[in-house]
Design a protein around this ligand. Structure first.
Ligand code: F0G
Length: 451
């Protein structure tokens, strides 16, 4: 499906936010002044902002209305009970622990279950998740499906964990304390984790006595992609698929800024009340009381509605179609992309697009900077800049993440034209070198310069 063929969006726009495309010389100057780091470019100077889909989506009229009707009581507010009921309904986990965002859920869980030199095994830990493991002196081991490391491999269900490697690793690493399946696999291309992969990982986990958690930031999109692609889920609703996956796990870590459709928020949901009580001790000391966890009542209400809206089949289909259409359009424009399309983003395969730019010169970052220079489009490198100690076969990608319900087909057509121009003039692009960078999570604050 190309962009012009996209079915009409199943919503209309009642409130608009002005955006501007600055002149090219201005963009070049601002990028230089920002140390060639797009996180440092002022958002007002970006035309189409595809840096992330996290907390940047458009809330619905029902969500905005709920903000006004929220209960801001400190303890046991009505907003909390609505939030808890929504999380229980969607995930099936009885123990619900609110946090101010996903990484706080990661920190609280890992501080509770990990000690120095312990191990967490995953299909692919995202950047903050890995950082929350490593800051405790523990180790994260990624075992992605090999198909996910082959951007041209069109396998529809390649987001899972490599099962034989998982079994071997649990034997070789007796200090493994958790398996985390990131669904969808954000650092690899946004591919879905298939139901059978979760089921097999759960069997392996149970045999080894290790808990299995889902990093479920994009649980609805994972379910929506499985509804389209996984024969095991044929005819099932996204809600039923999401629930089937949660039913196989011991808990989930969730950033509610993606498929919770909140501007802020997150939660942990667990099966084991004893583990939940241990986590709550840390929660009260650092995030907030157990019924708000660092969130306002209005945030809890917005998320309670957002979690259900993300599973709305029509809204979810429109989102997946939008991403698939941008993917098709980029491919038609000669841009190397990771296939098949992910749920929330199109990933440019910058390593393949710029074969003359070596890994150490960050081809994914070069494409991201070029997209800003060429069209005021802000994307994000997912490669050696983000992950300095790359897993074997690490891809060099530029992620174009589409916020929920925010941009129209004509915005995305602009993105496709911009990337098409870059592909046409690719020989002109060179890489970047780091001028200065912090030790951990360096991509957020590094200063770079053209190499
Ligand atoms: N897990 C995954 C898979 C994520 O993508 C993110 C955030 C987190 C956990 C952390 O959640 O931001 O609420 O603390 N990803 C964003 C992104 C930032 O751009 O992909 P958070």
């Amino acid at each position: 499906m190309l962009l012009p063929d996209l079915p009409p969006e199943p919503y209309r726009i009642r409130s608009v936010e002005r955006i501007r495309l600055l002149p090219r010389e201005e963009r070049l100057r601002l990028l230089r002044e920002a140390g060639y780091n797009l996180f440092r470019v002022r958002a007002r100077d970006v035309f189409i902002d595809l840096l992330t889909d996290s907390g940047t989506g458009a809330m619905s009229d029902r969500q905005w209305a709920a903000l006004m009707a929220a209960d801001e009581s400190y303890a046991s507010s009505e907003s909390w009970f609505r939030f808890e009921a929504a999380v229980r309904e969607v995930t099936g986990f009885p123990e619900v622990i609110p946090t101010h965002q996903g990484r706080a859920a990661e920190r609280l869980l890992f501080e509770t279950i990990l000690k120095k030199d312990d191990v967490v095994v995953s299909n692919a830990l995202f950047d903050t998740t890995r950082a929350n493991v490593e800051r405790l002196g523990a180790h994260g081991i990624d075992l992605p499906d090999p198909a996910a490391l082959a951007p041209l491999d069109e396998s529809p269900l390649k987001g899972g964990v490599q099962l034989d490697a998982l079994e071997k690793t649990l034997v070789a690493q007796p200090r493994t304390r958790a398996i985390v399946l990131t669904a969808t696999a954000n650092s690899l291309g946004g591919h879905p984790v298939p139901l059978a992969n979760v089921a097999a990982a759960a069997r392996i986990a149970r045999r080894a006595g290790v808990p299995l958690f889902i990093d479920a930031a994009r649980f609805a999109q994972n379910a929506g992609l499985l509804a389209r692609r996984d024969p095991a889920c044929e005819g099932w609703s996204p809600a039923k698929i999401a629930r089937a996956i949660f039913d196989l796990a011991d808990g989930c870590l969730v950033s509610a800024k993606k498929d919770g459709l909140g501007h802020i928020g997150g939660f942990l949901a667990l099966r084991d009340p004893a583990l939940a009580e241990r986590v709550r001790a840390g929660l009260v000391a650092t995030e907030g009381f157990t019924t708000y966890g660092g969130l306002a009542g209005r945030d809890l209400d917005a998320i309670a509605i957002g979690l259900r809206e993300a599973l709305d089949e029509t809204l979810l289909a429109a989102r997946l179609d939008q991403v698939a259409a941008l993917h098709a359009q980029l491919r038609a424009a000669g841009v190397a992309v990771v296939s098949p399309a992910g749920g929330h983003a199109v990933y440019v395969d910058a390593g393949r697009l710029l074969p003359h730019v070596p890994r150490a010169r960050f081809p994914g970052h070069a494409v991201a900077c070029a997209a800003y220079e060429e069209g005021g489009v802000r994307g994000c490198e997912v490669g050696s800049l983000m992950f300095p100690e790359p897993v074997p076969g690490q891809l060099e990608l530029t992620r174009l993440a589409i916020p929920w319900r925010t941009y129209t087909a004509s915005h995305l057509a602009h993105v496709a034209r911009t990337l098409g121009e870059i592909a046409a003039g690719r020989e002109k692009l060179s890489g970047y070198r780091i001028v200065s960078a912090p030790a951990a999570l360096r991509h957020f604050r590094a200063v770079l310069a053209p190499a």
